[in-house]
Design a protein around this ligand. Structure first.
Ligand SMILES: Cc1cc2nc3c(=O)[nH]c(=O)nc-3n(C[C@H](O)[C@H](O)[C@H](O)COP(=O)(O)O)c2cc1C
Length: 325
């Protein structure tokens, strides 16, 4: 199967969701190698890009092997959106630029009036998207929620504004901002948006298995599914879904030893990307996801959380792998 965003060929229908704190180049390359057809980065601030904030500049790092890849930006003011998209389009190898209209976190959606707050003003969306699409030669996409709250579900109106502005794809997380991550995603809204616009539509919300991916595609008619939370510590899900959509075959889950091996590889890549000091801290969160289904992993994780030296962590991972085989 596969699908296309503008001229970008995507080899299957499974997309890694943008996730702040997770989707750095280390995790993205692992997801790509495990079958993700399309990759999004974690969100970066448009203002920080315009100001050339060094931490944000480092977040723009990508490997060629991650392509096709979209860099996601969030922000409020038009000038920074245009400045940031231009800079990113001209200075990185990304394939497209994605505008965040879904982040529900108070410091983004309330304080900055960015992310999901943009959904409250369709004229403004139109203004921002028209300017950004005009400013760059690369495709522009949008990731959105279905509305601000239950009284204001305006996914169709926003999707139409995206289409009119020349956006090349929409990823729709079928929850409101008010819901944050609670309740169930309302796939009916994805289906309704599918009927309302011709833009490429990526469905998102609660896909956590090959079966749920197929169910979403059948229920909504979306072009691809986007997987967020279920991919944390579980990059195998991409190939599992892609295979199931293509052939109906279920690929066996990884063994505990394979989980530990990929966790060690994740740590190696984080060290290369961000220094050992940062990697040792960040791997703790990832480890809790990689090992969540392995019996008796709690004691191992407690030990891991106490170690500060990467050599000791690799030794611990080696000995743990030998015990879980
Ligand atoms: C830890 C975390 C960080 C996230 N960061 C972003 C982000 O930077 N940009 C964005 O558009 N969505 C972000 N999201 C939302 C996801 O992309 C996705 O829309 C949401 O998790 C629903 O999909 P799921 O049910 O497959 O998890 C984040 C979600 C989580 C759990």
């Amino acid at each position: 199967m596969g699908f296309k965003i503008a001229d970008i060929e995507i080899e299957n229908n499974v997309v890694l969701a943008p996730m702040a704190g997770f989707c750095d180049s280390a995790f993205r390359t692992i997801c790509k190698e495990h079958g993700a057809g399309l990759i999004y980065t974690e969100m970066v601030s448009n203002k920080a890009v315009v100001d050339r904030n060094w931490e944000t500049m480092e977040m723009l790092y990508m490997e060629n092997s991650e392509k096709p890849l979209g860099i996601q930006i969030f922000g409020t003011d038009l000038e920074s959106f245009v400045g940031a998209t231009k800079y990113i389009a001209e200075n990185t190898e990304c394939d497209f630029l994605d505008i965040n209209m879904g982040c529900p976190m108070p410091k983004i959606a309330k304080k900055l009036q960015a992310g999901a707050a943009l959904l409250k003003d369709v004229d403004r969306i139109n203004e921002i998207l028209t300017a950004v699409v005009k400013a760059v030669h690369k495709p522009v996409t949008v990731k959105m929620r279905m509305g601000w709250d239950t009284e204001n579900i305006n996914a169709i109106e926003v999707a139409k504004a995206c289409e009119a502005a020349g956006v090349s794809a929409i990823a729709l997380h079928a929850r409101t901002r008010e819901q944050m991550y609670t309740g169930q995603a309302n796939w009916d809204v994805i289906r309704d948006v599918r009927k309302a616009v011709n833009t490429v539509l990526i469905g998102n919300g609660d896909v956590d298995s090959p079966q749920s991916a197929k169910a979403m595609m059948e229920h909504t008619g979306c072009d691809a599914v986007m997987v967020g939370r279920a991919s944390r510590g579980n990059p195998w899900i991409f190939r599992q879904i892609a295979e199931y959509l293509n052939t109906g075959e279920i690929i066996h889950p990884p063994t505990p030893a394979e989980r530990v091996e990929v966790l060690a590889e994740h740590l190696r890549r984080l060290i290369k990307l961000k220094t050992a000091k940062v990697a040792v801290k960040e791997i703790r969160t990832h480890a809790s996801f990689y090992l969540q289904d392995i019996p008796n992993s709690k004691e191992f994780r407690m030990k891991l959380n106490q170690l500060e030296n990467e050599g000791e962590i690799f030794e611990l991972l080696d000995s743990y792998r030998d015990t879980v085989i």
